[in-house]
Design a protein around this ligand. Structure first.
Ligand code: NAD
Length: 430
């Protein structure tokens, strides 16, 4: 066994092929298989069988965030994202919290919610009583509809009745989906028990579908950073340099800002979703479901709140993220997507809960990086210097011209295509 180590020094400077070799080695994935799964990706003929009206497939960058430790194990984090700086930001923050042990995460229960809507219930109180009394039979009916899941140790666990007023009752069936995301499983359950639920309640059957506000499938992740690991680096803008303790204070104030202001909380949470969604996409999961759940959860008190908050804890900055995450390592399109399966291998994911903890860690890291940058030199220098390479590429730079044009753009702090084209013309000469 190769000792796993998520710190690979000079990784970003390595040529592509060497980066692939390093990851294959650390993740113990066959190099040729890794290259094939990255180069071929999803075959258009297969894509044609997944969705409708297919013309082809659509490529996005697939990268790896380094330096992460999760529950005492080093982990590589596969990320798929079109935005520059997200992967670097996640790696940087993972490094900042490494000396205090990295990320600690847990999933205390992982239940999906299937909803059955009933209307025209004349006596909701009595109907709710009857439904609760019939819970064992209703759960047995639900279990019979997902026997494959039950055989794997999952299945329906409990039932809840909610009175929404005006004769509308909604029944929740909570379902352990094991390693599946569980939307189809929850829908199957909702449809299987719907008629019987309506009969018992003497109501009219309405919708039967999962809820994406899966607040019985929460992941909790925390991390701490020492002041000396947060202080400004020599390459950063000196005008706004702060020592580590000031950075802690500034990040705590940034967290208070998000706690008090939904305009800020939205952007704060977007930074978290930069990390989360990139892992969700890389591993072939449903990012719309994750987004819907995250924002509904953020607004659950009636006021939109940050998903992660930060506080000073003695000499440390400590952050905690809590969010719903319904992810699968089986089912959906995973069977047929070679790059998504490769991502799960690279991350050495052991279960759906494990994947949720990894994605949430990427979210908290991404948040820390953004808050630290905002609290010190501002977000633009770091972000735009990384964005400069895609501007250079858009201006027509190729091979080593890209980095040379990007460096010139960063030096001049002018990040537009016209400037890049001018630099490129000068570089190429007459
Ligand atoms: P699925 O239909 O593929 O079900 C999972 C299957 O895997 C089941 O048959 C299960 O028995 C089997 N399985 C094998 N090994 C398992 C294990 N270890 N643990 C659990 N199950 C195991 O997929 P799903 O997860 O029920 O649904 C996910 C899909 O549903 C996604 O494609 C999602 O986009 C889609 N969807 C989402 C919504 C929504 O979020 N609102 C609505 C409808 C559909």
């Amino acid at each position: 066994m190769v000792a796993r180590e998520s710190r690979i020094s000079g990784f970003y400077k390595l040529p592509l092929v060497e980066r692939r070799r390093a990851v294959a080695h650390v993740a113990e994935v066959d190099f040729d298989e890794l290259v094939r799964d990255l180069e071929t990706g999803l075959d258009p003929a297969v894509a044609d069988k997944i969705v409708e009206n297919v013309l082809g497939t659509y490529g996005l960058p697939f990268g790896i965030a380094l330096n992460a430790r999760l529950n005492d194990k080093d982990r590589l984090i596969p990320m798929v994202v079109e935005e520059p700086s997200v992967i670097a930001a996640t790696s940087n923050a993972a490094r900042m919290v490494r000396s205090t042990g990295g990320f600690r995460a847990q999933v205390s229960e992982a239940l999906m919610t299937a909803q059955i809507q009933l209307t025209e219930v004349s006596d909701p109180l009595a109907a709710a009583e009857r439904l609760r009394a019939r819970e064992p039979e209703l759960l047995a009916l639900a279990a019979a509809a997902v026997s494959g899941l039950v055989a794997r140790g999952g299945g329906p666990r409990s039932l809840e009745v909610r009175d929404l007023g005006d004769g509308m009752l909604v029944v929740h069936v909570y379902l352990d989906c094991r390693d599946a995301m569980g939307a189809n499983l929850a829908n199957t359950v909702a449809e299987a028990v719907g008629c019987e639920v309506a009969r018992v309640a003497s109501g009219r059957l309405g919708l039967r579908i999962l809820s994406n506000l899966c607040d019985r499938r929460l992941v909790r992740v925390s991390c701490s950073a020492r002041a000396e690991d947060l202080r400004a680096r020599p390459d950063e803008d000196t005008a706004l340099q702060r020592d580590g303790s000031d950075v802690i204070e500034a990040v705590v104030q940034a967290s208070h800002f998000a706690e008090r202001d939904p305009y800020r909380a939205a952007t704060h949470n977007k930074g978290i979703m930069n990390g989360v969604d990139s892992v969700v996409l890389a591993t072939g999961n449903d990012y719309r479901a994750v987004e819907a759940g995250a924002h509904a959860f953020a607004a659950r008190t009636g006021r939109y709140q940050p998903l992660a908050t930060w506080k000073r804890d003695g000499e440390l900055l400590t952050g905690e993220l809590v969010m719903p995450l319904a992810l699968g390592t089986v089912g959906g399109t995973l069977r047929v997507h070679p790059t998504a399966r490769l991502a799960l291998k690279i991350a050495q994911v052991t279960s759906a809960d494990d994947l949720a903890m990894l994605a949430a860690s990427a979210g908290l890291a991404s948040n820390l990086s953004a808050l630290r940058a905002l609290a010190t030199e501002g977000i633009q220098r770091g972000h735009m210097s990384l964005h400069a390479r895609s501007i250079a590429t858009a201006a027509g730079a190729v091979h080593d011209e890209v980095d040379r044009v990007a460096s010139a753009l960063s030096a001049n702090r002018a990040y537009d295509i016209a400037a890049a084209e001018r630099i490129l013309r000068e570089l190429r000469g007459p």
